[in-house]
Design a protein around this ligand. Sequence first.
Ligand code: ASP
Ligand code: MG
Length: 441
Amino acid sequence: MIVMKFGGSSVADAERIKHVASIIQAYENERPLVILSAMGDTTDHLLEAADLAVNGKVDISKVEKLHLDTARILDVDVPAIEELLGELKTLLTGISMLHELSKRSRDYLVSFGERMSVRLMSAYLNKQNIPAKFYDAWDVGFVSDSNFMNAELLPEVWKNIPEKLAAYKNGGQKEIPIVTGFIAKDKNGVITTLGRGGSDLSATMLGAALGVDEIQTWKDVDGILTTDPRIVKNARPVPEVTYEEAQELAMFGSQVLHPRSMIPCRKTGTPVRVKNSYNIKSEGSVIREKHSGKTPRVLAITNVKNVDLIDIQSNSMFGACGFLAHVFNQFLKWNVVVDVIATSEVSVSLTVNGNSKLDGLVEDLKKAADVTVKKEKAIVTIICDASSSSSILADAFAALKKENINVQMISQGASKVNISFLVDNSQANTVVQILHTALFE
Ligand code: ASP
Ligand code: MG
C-alpha cells in the first residue's frame, strides 16, 4: 500500500484533477490511499469570504464558481457539492448577522474546501471506472484536540485509522479511499484544522498508522531541490534527505513539506517520497531515517525573508546566571516564537518572524537591558553535514567576502544539520546565488 498526497495546486482545476486521476490510476496496483487538499486557493478564498462576512457581506462566488465549473467540465453530477455550498452560505450568513467569527467557526468554514475536493475527485475516478470512495477525515479516525486552527492529532489516531480502514487494508474493499487532508474533529465532534499546509501531516499520519510501504507527496517540481529554482536556475534535485534534514528544510523556508508532518513517519520509519506530477517517471526525492550512502557535504540552501532581529545587550549578564531565563520568560509571556539565536557573554541576538507583535515584549525587555530591533532581515540557511562545518564555512565566507557581503549574525543549529546567516532582505537572493555557486557548482 502507498499514500499519495496532492496539494491545492495539483487539483486547482478540472484539467489538473484529470491529470491527478491518471496518476492515481497509474499506481492502482500499489493499492493507494489518497489525501487531497482544497482546490487551488480555495482555503484562502474561504478565509477572505469569512472576513467579508464579519463585515456584513456574504460572497462565495469565487469558491462556488470554481467548484460548479469543475463539476461541469468533469461531467460529474455531485449533488453533495451543491449541498455543501448551501451549508457554507448559511454559515456565512450567520457570521454576517453576528459580525463575529470564532476560531472554531473559522475551522468549520475552511473545512468545506477539502470536503468538496474529495467528492469531486472520487466522482470523477468512478466515472473513469476506477473504483473510489471519498471520506471526511473524521470518518477514518482523525481526531484532534480542540486547539482550533492549529489542532494536534490525538494518540488514538494510531489505533483508529487501521480500524476504520481495515476493509481496504485487508483487501476486502476495492474502492480507493480519497480522504480530506487538513481537517479533523475534536472529541466533541467539532471540526478542527491542523494548521495551514496541514494536509502533509494528514498524509504522513495516514501512511504511518497503516504501515504503508511509501508516502508520496506530489508537487510540480522534481522533488526537493538544492535551492529555490526561482532564485537559482541551476537548482537541482536532491535524491535523498533524512527526516531531520527535511524538517530543517521546511523550517527554513523550503516549500518541501510541513515540518510537523515528519513526526508520524519518523516514528515508524516510513519513507516519504516527493514526486513531480509532471514527470511521473522521475524518482523524485526520498526522505528517510538515514542516508543510504555517505552523507553529502551540503544538501540545500534555503531562505526565509522578513524576519526581525532583536539584539539584547546587558552588562548585568556578564557572569550572572538567570539572564537568559529572564529573557526567554518575556518571549513566553508575549507568545513570540524565536527562530535563530546567537549569544555572547554580554549579548543575545534572536530572530523572530517579521509579523510578530513586539511592542509589549520590547518594553519588558528594556527594563533589564538595551534592546534594538532591526527589521527587514532574512535568514539564509545551509542544510549540510555539520561535521564538515569548518570547510563549508570557509568556502561560504570566501565567496561572500569576494562579493563584499557582510553577514550580521551566524548560528549553527544544535541538530547539527544547519548553518544560518542573517543578512538584509534585499541581499538574500544574491547570497543564495553566491552560496549555491560556491557550494554546488
Ligand atoms: N488547504 C489547506 C491550506 O491551504 C491545507 C493544505 O493545503 O495542506 O493550507
Ligand atoms: Mg492549500
